[in-house]
Design a protein around this ligand. Structure first.
Ligand SMILES: Cc1ncc(COP(=O)(O)O)c(C=O)c1O
Length: 349
């Protein structure tokens, strides 16, 4: 928006991205000396969330036109950016995008933009615990060696989002009600205290697949079919439609890992259900290292184990369901000692 461009200018921000003519005219009229990065479109075939449908110009048909206009407007182009799509499942898309960016660099330099120094390879990197960056890293490094070697002098930057955030948070939910789906099968419906209007909005907006893990050990090993539902009035508020879990009871906790990306920031308090409380958990050693380095106070952290954290939340809540101390046992196998990358968000019990 125009006001954003003005605000950024007043904050001495002198680098921004564009992908269409109107933005160029706006920048020309508000902050003509701003350095510009052209965002090109290069979509991975498989992504959790495609972004190219909204942003990025075609590198072959549109970028040359935009760069020519920028030159005619006497604007300063300094680089190229792309985002292959969030949650990219096609690593080779990065190779295509870097090759396309190289062509745009060449065209821009031929037009007379002599300060082309920046390549922004965006986000899209996976962040769940069972994912790995290596394949993408190999492809990116090979492509950079080919089209943007160190000798090119080009600065390469990335904007990882879910890579940092996803595995940093574990969500702990609690069963507040349950019923059999019908009289003819054993399918149980479990109702928990967070749903698609809360943290699990990521199921709708981020197309995420969430995996429930009961907090307790259920030694009998017997599982039965069930579904998991959020707390609101809406039938859409379903977290999982079919999964096999041990037979659980009121008050049991269900844990969901990898809940750090695109969850709470998008959540609402629809129907009056509060957002989860977020606790940062660290062992004392980590805490002692961090506390003088970062802008955190002791209030931001708990140094007690997760189960103690749950119990603390429980004791703060006004819920008076029956609560058995033995319901929750701290299990170091599942929840190793925690550091900054293991935060824990707990909805109101
Ligand atoms: C411009 C830009 N950069 C980076 C990101 C982070 O993406 P991701 O979480 O896929 O790494 C986004 C997310 O939408 C974005 O729009």
């Amino acid at each position: 928006m125009t006001s954003h461009i003005k605000y950024a200018m007043n904050q001495n921000v002198d680098l921004t991205t564009f992908d269409n003519e109107l933005e160029l005219y706006k920048i020309k009229s508000i902050n003509p000396s701003c350095n510009l990065v052209i965002r090109i479109r290069c979509d991975a075939v498989e992504t959790q969330c495609p972004l190219g449908i909204k942003y990025g110009c075609d590198p072959v048909t549109e970028a040359p036109v935009l760069l020519t206009l920028a030159r005619d407007l006497d604007l300063s182009i300094v680089g190229v950016s792309f985002h292959v799509g969030s949650g990219c499942n096609e690593p080779v898309a990065f190779r295509r995008a870097i090759a396309a960016a190289s062509d745009v660099f060449t065209f821009a330099e031929q037009l007379g933009f002599i300060n082309m120094y920046l390549l922004n390879i965006g986000g899209g990197y996976p962040g769940n615990k069972d994912t790995c960056l290596d394949k993408i890293a190999d492809i990116v490094n090979d492509a950079l060696d080919e089209w943007f070697p160190a000798s090119s002098g080009v600065t390469v930057m990335a904007e990882p989002g879910r890579y940092f955030a996803a595995s940093a948070f574990t969500l702990a939910t609690r069963i507040h009600s349950m019923k059999k789906r019908s009289t003819i099968d054993e399918h149980m419906m479990y109702f928990i205290n967070d749903g698609v209007y809360g943290s699990f909005n990521s199921i709708l907006y981020d197309h995420s697949i969430v995996v429930p893990k009961p907090l307790n050990d259920y030694p009998m090993g017997k599982t039965s079919p069930c579904s998991i539902w959020g707390p609101t009035c809406d039938g859409l508020d379903q977290v999982i439609d079919q999964v096999n879990l041990p037979r659980m009871k009121m008050g049991d906790w269900i844990i969901f890992e990898d809940m750090g990306a695109y969850t709470i920031p998008v959540a609402s308090t629809f129907n009056g259900f509060p957002l989860p409380k977020v606790f940062a958990v660290a062992n004392r050693g980590i805490w002692h290292k961090l506390k003088n380095l970062m802008p955190f106070s002791e209030d931001h952290f708990t140094t007690v184990p997760i189960v103690a954290t749950i119990k603390m939340v429980r004791s703060e809540s006004s819920d008076d369901d029956t609560w058995e101390e033995n319901d929750v046992e701290y299990n170091t196998r599942h929840y190793p000692c925690l550091h900054m990358k293991n935060m824990f968000s707990v909805p109101e019990a």
